[in-house]
Design a protein around this ligand. Structure first.
Ligand code: SF4
Length: 420
């Protein structure tokens, strides 16, 4: 009873806080499980401010499960371009096709049926079931882990199986407590239910007031599981942040073990980070008569089906001669490497990747020693590229790399390469 009272009190504080502190995000204005699903998948590994524009464009182009199920793969890759982890978007389309085939195009309400869909794990299924259908299903992502480990003072590594299971239990206890609040409203009077009723009624009043003020269409008082889970995510995103959490603004600060014991900086204890690994790639921009040579990545590899400039991984400290050898190996002996034109640096998981783009020149009628296609810049802009190659394409477009243009240093109008 003690822990259930504690949970009810935490839930009540979180719900009240969420009613006034929640960001007005576009996917929070709809109860459509498809729209919520799209947002949840996009938000994996990507910040909210980036996702907003992607989500809006996606929903304009593919507004229903049916539309996603029937879309051409090139279209969904292009809509996802820049978000990375492209397996997610292919899984989404397979899942949409299953929803059409098995559920008549209607997103399943049943948690187990949601969990069976490709690319949907326990977290995403819990998020959809709770946010779209107000089911008392728990969620546990990085933000929620941070909140729970600090709130309950869990010092062991959340990646350990038993600790992770404990965190799922705590999350489930809270969302169940949220669902119980509405049940108790109708039950017999006891000291506990009297308290629950007054907390619930204060929450409902605040919701009604906020509904008229800001989130007009969707907030109903029977959304406590949805709001509780979102409040945990939101608290982790806005207040209980990794460094210097804003404890003075936290709705559960009086109950927080980490705050009371001065351990907010220590928790969660995720163990030492794996050292970053440096990787280097050389990409080759080969142009002929205004067309550029690109290839499509095969199925079953990272960034499968996306387009790229021919490229090869080289040693981080490779010198010019090793670079030439790599180019010959990648493109064939008739292609010579030209000048360096651009460098892209980015990180994927623990890899710090540097991609150098080099102009490549075909001698005579030599062709690259690989399958690929020659496309104009306008055609290339319609294809989906991984981020690094998209940035190279952007640079090539802006600087007309390799295109026949008047050299800025010549005034007689002679058509020369821009790089002169
Ligand atoms: Fe996080 Fe501080 Fe709130 Fe505890 S009091 S849950 S550490 S923000």
């Amino acid at each position: 009873m003690k822990s259930s009272l504690r949970n009810v009190s935490l839930v009540s504080a979180l719900l009240k806080w969420f009613a006034h502190a929640a960001r007005d995000l576009p996917w929070r204005r709809t109860p459509d499980p498809y729209a919520i699903w799209v947002s949840e998948i996009m938000l994996q590994q990507t910040q909210v401010k980036t996702v907003i524009a992607y989500w809006a464009r996606w929903m304009r182009n593919l507004p229903t499960v049916q539309a996603l199920a029937e879309a051409r793969p090139e279209r969904i890759h292009k809509l996802w371009e820049g978000l990375g982890y492209y397996t997610r978007v292919r899984n989404m389309q397979t899942a949409a096709q299953q929803i059409v085939a098995r559920h008549g195009g209607e997103f399943p309400r049943d948690f187990e049926a949601i969990l069976e869909l490709p690319g949907i794990g326990r977290y995403t299924a819990g998020a959809i079931a709770s946010i779209a259908f107000n089911e008392p299903r728990p969620v546990l992502d990085g933000n929620v882990i941070r909140v729970l480990t600090r709130l309950f003072g869990i010092a062991d590594n959340p990646k350990d199986k038993a600790v992770n299971a404990r965190l799922w239990e705590l999350s489930e206890d809270l969302v169940k407590a949220a669902s119980m609040i509405s049940l108790h409203e109708r039950g017999p009077s006891t000291r506990t239910t009297t308290r629950l009723r007054s907390e619930t009624s204060a929450y409902a009043k605040r919701l009604r007031r906020d509904k008229s003020a800001r989130q007009a269409s969707t907030i109903e008082t029977d959304e406590r599981c949805s709001h509780l889970n979102q409040s945990l995510m939101e608290l982790g995103a806005l207040v209980c942040i990794p460094k210097n959490p804003a404890c003075s603004a936290c709705p559960v600060r009086t109950a927080c073990v980490a705050k009371r014991t001065g351990r907010t900086a220590e928790l969660p204890s995720l163990g030492p980070r794996k050292a970053a690994t440096a990787r280097r790639f050389a990409a080759f921009v080969l142009e002929r008569k205004g067309r550029y040579f690109v290839r499509q990545r095969p199925a079953g590899v990272v960034n499968a089906h996306l387009w790229e400039f021919p490229n090869v991984e080289i040693a981080p400290a490779a010198d010019a001669s090793e670079l030439r050898d790599a180019a010959r190996h990648a493109l064939g002996s008739g292609i010579k490497i030209g000048e360096h034109i651009y460098t892209v640096k980015h990180s994927i998981t623990r890899y710090r990747i540097t991609t150098g783009a080099y102009r490549a020149v075909a001698e005579g009628m030599a062709k690259p020693d690989m399958a690929g296609e020659w496309r104009t810049l306008a055609q290339l802009r319609l294809l989906a590229f991984p981020s690094a190659h998209k940035r190279i394409l952007h640079h090539v477009s802006n600087h007309a790399i390799g295109a026949e243009t008047a050299c800025p240093r010549k005034t007689n109008g002679t058509s020369l390469r821009r790089i002169c």
